[in-house]
Ligand binder design. Structure first.
Ligand SMILES: [Zn+2]
Length: 529
């Protein structure tokens, strides 16, 4: 824009009437440039810019739009407008609206309300009204001193105990959802060597990186914790609604801070699965999709990164910096990276560019108000559509390869000449896009040499979508630990789904092991065949 809001506010018809012809002409040209730019911005849509589909006005959400670039034409329907999309948008709007009164009430007070229990509010303590449904006894395995087993007839005595709430989901034949209230008794015994040994609830050593302990002393059992993770992260239910749901449907009363502690403990439990197993597996993959989306942590802007291979998904919350990628991918990584045009990826030589982003940019140019830009956009679109058609055909019928490859070479030469001639034109957007094609040429045309590579980064963008909705509902996380917990659990949930495993059983199993200070189990690869 050439004129600021302040400049515009000083212009009126009287001012224009008094202006000499020469100055009026020059002002008109400035106004014309600004008007065209403003109109183009107004016309931006998810088809012609990087704006997400959710930015579309609610009343336009159900309108059909031209399908985006797809890797497999038969999959085109998957990417066509989702008939449930308007519903998603409206639930989202409702959820966000529902939280407005809460934030308004905080805005009324002079100072921002601190989180957690407020002075004067009634406390939350556990009332033991729930009957004990099961009692489990834990015996010491052997003498801690001389390691001899306790002989038959040893007298044990209960020295401590704890209560546990655990979710029982029954079996495949008889499914149910029920809370067990279990009393665990811990016994002690005295050995012939005169040493008294006590059975103890399991506990993992404290870790300075984590402000939550991993221990069997906690009230909620591993399956109940996994259920809470599912409600909070997979179904995107707020802590307060989870609390009401548990009270209404399962008859248990947990404070929101207990629910939060459970989710953080699950995050700490799965950390070795992600840090030691999944990241190592990513580094051996032949192709990795990477994308990033804004994330809020305590109101500050961070980025949620996703790394997706054929069988692994890893999320990280961090800055928008190449160090995030470099730290996650070791120097040994030798696969291809599929990315958008973000400059931090340029240091990786084996890279593929997402064509969906390029098609959107060419389409925006085709719809701009500059005649030179329109013609360039149209030519780019045509070249890309013909090339994509050939790529799909090469994948399906490699026997026609020679003819198709010759055609592709002609199209590529044309595309290159187009970009080179538009590198220095007057129209700014045309110049910019021509430059982008030429600067990233190898990454863009790599898929033409090897049509089995993907054309788009849809895989990574689809992975992020669920967590973007979570961010919109929860406004992100409040602490660095909260961000890490979401990234770790999201990695395990999405990888398990990709490997066709039940993520909730796995999270419960990891937590049960880690609370006993045993190593976390590995997330298995899918069975072949
Ligand atoms: Zn002994």
């Amino acid at each position: 824009m050439t004129l600021s809001d302040r400049d515009l506010s000083q212009l009126d018809t009287d001012y224009l009437d008094d202006l000499p012809e020469g100055q009026l002409r020059s002002l008109s040209k400035q106004l014309l440039v600004d008007l065209k730019e403003a109109r183009e911005r107004l016309k931006q849509s998810p088809e012609t810019s990087s704006r997400p589909p959710s930015s579309r006005e609610l009343w336009k959400a159900s309108e059909p739009h031209t399908p985006d670039v797809v890797d497999n034409p038969s999959e085109a329907d998957e990417h066509a407008p989702d008939p449930t999309a308007p519903c998603q948008d409206s639930t989202q709007a409702v959820t966000v609206d529902a939280s407005v009164p809460e934030s308004k009430s905080t805005a009324n007070t002079a100072q921002p309300k601190k989180t957690g229990r407020q002075p004067g509010s009634s406390g939350h303590s556990r009332s033991l009204t729930l009957a004990v449904t099961k009692t489990l006894q834990h015996h010491p395995e052997c003498c801690a001193n001389c390691h001899n087993a306790f002989p038959q007839g040893t007298t044990y005595r209960v020295w401590t105990g704890r209560y546990e709430l655990e979710l029982e989901s029954g079996s495949a034949e008889a499914p149910k959802l029920q809370i067990e209230h279990i009393r665990h008794d811990y016994l002690s015994a005295t050995c012939a060597c005169d040493h008294e040994t006590q059975a103890m609830p399991g506990q993992c050593a404290d870790d300075p990186e984590w402000a939550v302990s991993l221990t069997e002393w906690h009230l909620c059992g591993p399956r109940l914790v996994s259920f809470l993770v599912c409600l909070a992260l997979y179904l995107r239910v707020s802590r307060r609604k989870i609390q009401a749901f548990l009270r209404d449907w399962l008859g248990i009363d947990l404070s929101t801070s207990t629910i939060n502690q459970c989710i953080h403990e699950a995050g700490r439990a799965v950390a070795p699965v992600v840090d030691e197993q999944l990241i190592a597996e990513l580094n051996t993959s032949a192709l990795l999709h990477i994308d990033e989306t804004p994330w809020k942590e305590a109101g500050k802007l961070f980025w949620l990164w996703v790394f997706v291979s054929a069988q692994t998904v890893v999320y990280q919350v961090g800055k928008r910096h190449r160090l995030v990628v470099q730290q996650l991918l070791g120097t040994a990584f030798n696969g291809f990276l599929m990315t958008d045009g973000f400059s931090v990826y340029r240091i990786f030589p084996k890279r593929l560019r997402c064509w969906a982003h390029l098609v959107r940019k060419a389409r925006a140019l085709h719809q701009c108000l500059d005649s030179q830009g329109q013609a360039f956009g149209e030519a780019l679109l045509l070249a890309m559509i013909l090339l994509m058609r050939n790529i799909h055909q090469l994948r399906e019928s490699p026997e026609d390869a020679d003819a198709l490859r010759a055609q592709n070479q002609t199209l590529l030469d044309w595309l290159r000449t187009l970009c080179e001639t538009h590198q220095t034109v007057a129209h700014g957007d045309s110049r910019k896009l021509a430059g982008e094609f030429l600067n990233d040429w190898d990454a863009i045309v790599r898929v033409i040499e090897t049509p089995s590579h993907p054309l788009t980064n849809n895989v990574a963008e689809r992975s992020l979508r669920h967590w973007v909705l979570l961010r919109k509902i929860t406004f992100g996380s409040r602490t660095a630990q909260g961000s890490r917990v979401i990234a770790l659990l999201a990695s395990v949930i999405d990888t398990a789904r990709l490997r066709q495993l039940n993520p909730w059983n796995f999270i419960a199993q990891v937590l049960a092991n880690r609370r006993k200070n045993h190593p976390a189990p590995r997330l298995p690869m899918p069975l072949v065949g």
